[in-house]
Every structure is written in C-alpha cells, then in structure tokens.
Design a protein around this ligand. Structure first.
Ligand SMILES: Cc1cc2nc3c(=O)[nH]c(=O)nc-3n(C[C@H](O)[C@H](O)[C@H](O)COP(=O)(O)OP(=O)(O)OC[C@H]3O[C@@H](n4cnc5c(N)ncnc54)[C@H](O)[C@@H]3O)c2cc1C
Length: 385
C-alpha cells in the first residue's frame, strides 16, 4: 500500500474494535470514537461460537478473551416442570465450539488488540452522522475527513440514520434482563441451561470460575417481569427450582428490548455501516456479536486490498455482496426461534425436541457458527487466497 488510508469509526463496542484492530493490522490509520467516557460493557456474559472464535484468533485477541472462560460442554433446554427437553450436544463429532465469557473481558481483549495495532481510541466522542464523501460528524460540531467512515455505533446508529440507510427497524415483542451473579459449588457442572415457562425463560450460563450469567427473557408488555431491579418473587414463582440463583441477583441489571435491523444497503460511497447498526437481531442464536465481529473483519479484509481511494465504494459493495446472505440467514433463524415464545408449553416442548434432533434444522441453526469468516486465515496467506 503506497498511501496510508484513514478510517474514522463511530462506536467503541465489539464490532468497532474488531474492525479497528483488523484495519490497523492491514496498515490503515484508524481512530475509534466512543460516546461514553470509557470502553465498557454492561455486566453480562456472552456466547462466542466458532465463527467469532476464528475472528478473535485472526485479530490476536483469542487468548485474552477466553482466559478462564467456560467452554460449552453441554446445553440443555428445560420445560416448565424442570424436565430436560432434549440434550443438545455442543462438543463431539460434528459439533461446534462455543465459549461463554464475561462481555467486559471480550471487550478488553479487543481493545488491547486494537491498541497494539496502533488504533487511536477517543472516548467521550459522540458521532451524530456522516457524509457520503467520508466525513464523520461529531456532537461537538467538528467533522473529520477520512477515506472511510464506519458506523459501528449500535442499534440506534446515528451514522446509519444520517444517511437514511435503514429499510427495517423493528422493536420486537421480547426483551431480556441481563445480570451476573456469584457462582457457587451447587450451581453444577457448568452446562448452559435455558429454562422455559410460558412466555418467560431464564438462560443460566456459568461464564467464569466465579460468575454465572443470567438472562431473564419475557415479553416487553409483561411489565412486572421486565422491571429492573428484578422482581425476584415474581421470577421465583415462575421458576421455583432456580430460587437460589434468583436470590443472588443484585440491584444492577440491564433490560434490552430485542430488535431487528435491515438496511437498503450496507454502505454509501465512503461510509460503511456494520454490526448491530446494520443487522441487529434477537439474541436467540447468540450470534449478534459473532456476526458483528465477522462482518467487521471481512470489511477490513476488503478495504485492506484497495489501492486507491476511488476503489473504496466498489470494495464496500463487494463486502456486502459477500456477507449479506449469511447475515440475513442468521437473522431469520434467530427470529424463528423466538416464534416459539408464543406457543403453548406442550407444543413448544414437542417442537424443540423435534428441532434439536433434526439434522437439517440443526444445520441451519449452526450454519453461522460453522462458517469461516472472510479474512480469518493468517494475513500472510490472504493475498494468495
Ligand atoms: C439479551 C441479549 C443477549 C445477547 N447475547 C449474545 C450472545 O450471547 N452472543 C452474541 O454474539 N451476541 C449476543 N447479543 C448481541 C450482541 O450483544 C450485539 O449483537 C453486539 O453487542 C453488537 O455489537 P456492536 O458493536 O455492533 O454494537 P454495541 O455492542 O451496541 O456497541 C455500540 C457501541 O457504540 C457506542 N455508541 C453508540 N452510539 C454512538 C455514537 N453516536 N457515537 C459514538 N459511539 C456510540 C455505544 O456506547 C457502544 O459502545 C445479545 C444481545 C442481547 C440484547
């Protein structure tokens, strides 16, 4: 590369930091703008499947991100009587690697990878929009010229909206309260368990030696259940066998309503939009973050190969063309799982048992996890690929 290209990235989350690290590793000058005063995630865990793990490896963040993380040995679905529905193998033949870890640990690992690659991270810097020629507009009235602006500023993206790129922005009927509680010996062997009762469910995920991540999911209009701080008596009444875990929930918790975002196109001239800003999805497959990282790496891979500024709009179009189908597949299958919420318990239990043992359905659900992210091969061999 003769000229050093410049990227201004809005957002300091999983997607922004992955994109930033990968771009800087390809010789770009990169600046990240996070509106908050620090790079920080709400206290929660996160599942990272095989595709996301390959991205972490590619940007050099895997080891730090997975330190003491919980490698998925087994996941279970349980019905309202606490009976196991099917046992879904997540390790062994044909299975996919998955880890659960604290979100903040993931973010820190990506931040370190970005800083090591030379990325400049500016906190307290809020983007309010972008112009197609590659100018990032900031809240303080200033604007920064770049070869590419990346809008990785989350589901309510200002960059996306300033260019009118959204074709769908839908708040879905469900949401979740996420918390971390101390892990005790009685919590079992570390398996991931999703407990269902009517339209409420609790996902219990040990994600470090001393922390259990809990996601309490319900309809957004189930206002008592959606309330923060968590109404422990109400949730315990729905899930009496989880009383000990629920009792450990503290005052700090976060409610998020699920959303679905699709764009007319993922870029305009010198602006790209990615991560939740471009393709937010309900978290039923645990793939929103993995897909965000995957598309961030792929974006960097495509931009890393451009020779002149004039080539950038075509490079962004190629990036979208390559990634959009898998991303929309992931969104679709995440949505389909959520449909089960409104089904009667017995029907849902039967459907889950069938779906878990059906090879084609399992293959659809795990397609993203099994995919090989563009740019995940060692940098030295990329040119030859
Ligand atoms: C309940 C729940 C559970 C989930 N579980 C999983 C899971 O297990 N596995 C998984 O892969 N995914 C999961 N997801 C999805 C995952 O959290 C998101 O897909 C992922 O965080 C998207 O990353 P992002 O960087 O695009 O956006 P975000 O994580 O939202 O980051 C955006 C960043 O940009 C900053 N920002 C926002 N606006 C501006 C602005 N105007 N200027 C500057 N900065 C700005 C924000 O402060 C934030 O730091 C879950 C989601 C939910 C709601």
């Amino acid at each position: 590369m003769t000229k050093q290209f410049q990227a201004e990235i809005a957002g300091g989350g999983i997607c922004a930091l992955t994109t930033a690290a990968a771009l800087a590793q390809r010789g770009w000058k990169v600046r990240v703008h996070e509106r908050n005063s620090e790079i920080r995630e709400a206290g929660a865990g996160i599942y990272i499947w095989g595709n996301g793990l390959r991205v972490l490896e590619a940007v050099g963040a895997r080891e730090e991100a997975l330190r003491n993380a919980n490698r998925g040995m087994a996941s279970e679905l349980r019905d309202c009587d606490n009976n196991v529905i099917p046992r879904v193998p997540v390790q062994g033949e044909g299975a996919v690697e998955v880890f659960a870890l604290p979100r903040q640990q993931l973010l820190q690992a990506l931040l370190h990878a970005a800083l090591t690659a030379g990325v400049e991270v500016v906190t307290g810097s809020e983007a309010v929009g972008a112009t197609p020629d590659g100018r990032l507009l900031l809240r303080d009235g200033s604007s920064l010229a770049a070869d590419v602006v990346v809008g990785a500023d989350g589901v309510h993206s200002r960059v996306r909206d300033s260019l009118g790129l959204a074709s769908q922005f839908e708040l879905l009927s469900e949401g979740a309260i996420r918390v971390m509680v101390p892990r005790l010996p009685q919590d079992g062997d570390g398996r991931f368990v999703e407990h269902w009762n009517g339209t409420r469910r609790i996902l219990v995920t040990p994600c470090s030696p001393d922390q259990v991540y809990i996601a309490l999911t319900c309809l957004h209009n189930d206002t008592a259940a959606a309330r923060v701080p968590v109404d422990k008596a109400l949730w315990t009444a729905s899930f009496p066998h989880l009383a000990s875990l629920i009792d450990r929930i503290g005052a700090s918790a976060r409610w998020d309503r699920f959303s679905m975002v699709k764009l007319k196109r993922w870029s305009q001239d010198h602006v790209a939009v990615t991560g939740d800003a471009a393709h937010a999805m309900p978290p039923n497959l645990g793939q929103g973050g993995g897909t965000a990282m995957q598309n961030g790496l792929s974006l960097a891979h495509e931009l890393g190969a451009v020779a002149s500024r004039e080539d950038i709009p075509q490079a962004l179009a190629r990036w979208e063309e390559r990634e959009r189908e898998l991303t929309e597949h992931t969104q679709l299958w995440s949505m389909l799982y959520g449909v089960l919420t409104s089904w009667p318990d017995e029907l849902r239990t039967a459907a889950m048992g069938f779906a878990s043992s059906h090879p084609w359905l399992s293959a659809q659900r795990l397609r993203t996890a099994r995919s090989h992210p563009t740019g995940a091969s060692p940098l030295a061999t990329e040119g030859a690929a």
